[in-house]
Design a protein around this ligand. Structure first.
Ligand SMILES: [Zn+2]
Length: 54
């Protein structure tokens, strides 16, 4: 199970991430701390549910 990190998001994205291994989150160049009032990323949600590992 991947380790959860503190939430981060990108200014030009509508989602936030909670996993450093998230394939979508990895593409975020300028990470902004916090959820930013956004929705949890689909991949991160699946990682949390144990459906995928990255
Ligand atoms: Zn994510």
């Amino acid at each position: 199970m991947p380790k959860q990190i503190s939430p981060f998001h990108s200014k030009d994205s509508k989602v936030y991430h909670i996993y450093g291994v998230c394939s979508s989150g990895k593409g975020v160049k300028k990470r902004v701390k916090g959820t930013g009032g956004r929705k949890l990323c689909k991949a991160c949600k699946d990682i949390k549910a144990g459906k995928r590992t990255h």
